[in-house]
Design a protein around this ligand. Structure first.
Ligand code: MN
Length: 128
């Protein structure tokens, strides 16, 4: 799996979820950035233009949906691939996320076995 150089920004307020995602991506060769709030995530997204943003929807302060709108509204970050990172997986909620403009979603809890490959696929969509 060729993932060298892929930079993933994880925006997640749950420290356990964040650590697991970060560790799994780290051991499979991704580079990661982490933010515990949408506000921090927006700063990192503008600074680093990651290949993929994994955006928790339920965050303290600004929500992941509001953060997505902010990313899309800024020419510097409008083209980033942003995937909802969420425990909400009913079809109605998936539809809401698609309507909000997310490029996809990854369900929590993550699958230790499948997560790196799921992330790799989203990273490769960039520029496609
Ligand atoms: Mn959360």
């Amino acid at each position: 799996m060729d993932v060298k150089g892929h930079l993933v920004l994880i925006v997640e307020d749950n420290e356990k979820n964040l650590k697991l995602a970060r560790d799994l991506l780290g051991v499979t060769g991704f580079r990661t950035l982490a933010a515990g709030t949408a506000e921090e995530g927006l700063v990192l997204a503008r600074q680093h233009r990651p290949d993929l943003v994994l955006m928790d929807v339920r965050l303290p302060g600004m929500s992941g949906v509001a953060a997505l709108a902010a990313l899309r509204g800024d020419p510097a970050t409008a083209g980033l691939t942003v995937v909802a990172f969420t425990a909400s997986v009913t079809s109605a909620e998936q539809q809401q996320m698609a309507t909000a403009g997310f490029d996809g979603f990854l369900a929590k809890p993550i699958s230790v076995r499948e997560f790196p490959e799921q992330v790799r696929r989203y990273c490769q969509r960039r520029g496609a």
